[in-house]
Design a protein around this ligand. Structure first.
Ligand SMILES: Cc1cc2nc3c(=O)[nH]c(=O)nc-3n(C[C@H](O)[C@H](O)[C@H](O)COP(=O)(O)O)c2cc1C
Length: 188
């Protein structure tokens, strides 16, 4: 698949199944992530690859974090939360690591990581795999961040679920150019 097709036709896939990406496919995704535009080459990213029992452990962390927020959660609600990381065979946790810089504000460092995540999604699509970028309250929960070993300078920017497509692939929506793009200054 050529790059333009991958970038313009990529869609997110929520229903994913095994097998997960091969090590070689994951390596390609990370190489893509490392080619994100990055002001002053700060490399403000790091990634965790989570599979197998790691996903079960993360589910337990999600359940504990949710219980801290709401001790009245039922067994059933907790079981649902706990199962969430296992919606795909592999998850990449995308983490930003921001530092003070005279020319590069934190937002630019976050954007560089976001651009890397987009490269991961595009490469997964080009490899014929499915992927979806998720966050939700667990991405911002201090207990989850601590349990995954994040420092105070770090944030979770995404849980990227990866696997084989287990549904009909949706068609990429076609947005009308004129709704989002204008020439400036406007033509008289
Ligand atoms: C930062 C960020 C966080 C997101 N978090 C979630 C999420 O928690 N759950 C979800 O269903 N979609 C989430 N999305 C949206 C999906 O990744 C996806 O973009 C959306 O379903 C639209 O599908 P498409 O990418 O095929 O257009 C998030 C997107 C971004 C950029």
């Amino acid at each position: 698949m050529d790059a333009i097709t991958a970038i313009t036709q990529r869609v997110s896939v929520a229903q994913l199944t095994g097998p997960g990406p091969t090590d070689q496919q994951l390596q390609q995704m990370y190489q893509g992530a490392f080619r994100a535009p990055d002001h002053a080459w700060m490399r403000p990213w790091r990634y965790l690859t989570i599979k197998n029992e790691g996903l079960a452990n993360l589910g337990e962390i999600f359940a504990q974090a949710s219980l801290q927020d709401d001790p009245s959660l039922t067994e059933q609600q907790l079981a649902k939360i706990q199962s969430k990381p296992q919606r795909a065979p592999v998850m990449i946790v995308a983490i930003s690591h921001t530092v003070e810089h005279s020319k590069v504000p934190a937002i630019e460092q976050h954007l560089a990581v976001g651009a890397g995540i987009q490269n991961i999604l595009n490469i997964a699509y080009a490899q014929g795999l499915g992927a979806i970028w998720r966050t939700g309250s667990m991405a911002y929960h201090p207990y989850v961040k601590k349990s995954l070993g994040l420092s105070k300078q770090e944030d979770i920017l995404g849980f990227i679920y990866l696997g084989h497509v287990n549904c009909k692939l949706k068609k990429a929506p076609e947005l009308a150019m004129q709704d989002y793009v204008k020439e400036w200054p406007p033509k008289a």
